[in-house]
Ligand binder design. Sequence first.
Ligand SMILES: Nc1ncnc2c1ncn2[C@@H]1O[C@H](COP(=O)(O)OP(=O)(O)OP(=O)(O)O)[C@@H](O)[C@H]1O
Ligand SMILES: [Mg+2]
Length: 281
Amino acid sequence: MSTLLEVEDLTITFRTAHGPVDVVDGLSFTLEQGASLGIVGESGSGKSMTSLAVMGLLPPTASLRGRVSLDGADLTSLPESKVRRLRGDRMSMIFQDPLSSLNPYYSVGMQIEEAYRAHRPGVTRRQAHKVAVEAMERVHIADAARRVDHYPHQFSGGMRQRVMIAMALSTEPDLLIADEPTTALDVTVQAQILDLLQEVRRETGTALILISHDLAVVSEIAEDVVVMRHGVAVEQAPAERLFSDPQHPYTRALLDAVPRIDDEIGELRGIDAAAGVGGKP
Ligand SMILES: Nc1ncnc2c1ncn2[C@@H]1O[C@H](COP(=O)(O)OP(=O)(O)OP(=O)(O)O)[C@@H](O)[C@H]1O
Ligand SMILES: [Mg+2]
C-alpha cells in the first residue's frame, strides 16, 4: 500500500481580537491508499478545522503551518487554482447537515451533474445525467432514474445524506472526508449511512476520514483512530488497540461513554436485584 495523505506537524492559528489562538497544534497522521481513519474528540477539539485544512477550505482568518501532502505533493504550497481542481476530484467532503449543502432550487440530479461536470470538462449533459443516476443507484436510492429529478425537500434526511455521498463519489475521489455525517440522523438511519460508507469504501477503494465526537460511530468503520483534545492528538492507534488498551485517560473517558452490551446486562442485573427477582444476591 502506498501513502495517500500525510499530515505533518499541522498547526492552525486563528487571528482573534485577543491575539492568535492555535486551534490545532502539531497534529500528524498518515493515511494509506484505501484506508480508513477516525478522528474523534469533544466539540471544539479541532476536528473540522483539520479536515478543512486538508481540503484547503480554512476560513480567511485562519493560517496554517506544517505540511499536508497528497501523493507526496504538499497542498499547502500549491496555488489555490490547483487545490480547487483537486477538491471534488481527488478529495471530496460530506458534512453533518446535507440540507444546507444542497440547493433547494435545483433537482438533486442537476446538482450531482453540475458537481461532476465541474471536474470533467467536455462531458455532455447526457453523460453527466447517466453518471448522476448511477451514483444514486450506488448509494441505494430506489427508482434512481425518476428520483434524480426530485428536489432536496422531497427526500428524508437520511436520503439527502445518500445524495451527498453520491455527489461526493461521482468523480471517484481517492479520499472522502465525512465530518459528523450521521449526527443529524436518528439512530437507525445513522447505522444505515455508516454501513453505506463502509460498503462504498470497499467497492470504490476510496480512503475515508470519518470525523465524530462519538467513539462508537468511529469504531464501526475506522482502522486507525486519532483522539483529539484541545487541538492536540492525545492518542493515536489502530482502533483495536485503542479499544483493548487505551493509554490516555481522555481516551478511557471517551470509552466509558460508549455503551456496551455487558454494561446493559450489568444494569439489568442491578434492576433485577433491586426488584428482588433473579438469582441469589
Ligand atoms: N472563525 C474562528 N475564529 C476563532 N476561532 C474559531 C473560529 N472557528 C472555529 N474556531 C475555534 O476553533 C476550534 C476548533 O473548532 P472545530 O470546528 O475544528 O471543532 P470540532 O472539533 O469540529 O468541534 P465540533 O465537534 O463541535 O464540530 C474551536 O475551539 C473553535 O472555537
Ligand atoms: Mg466539527
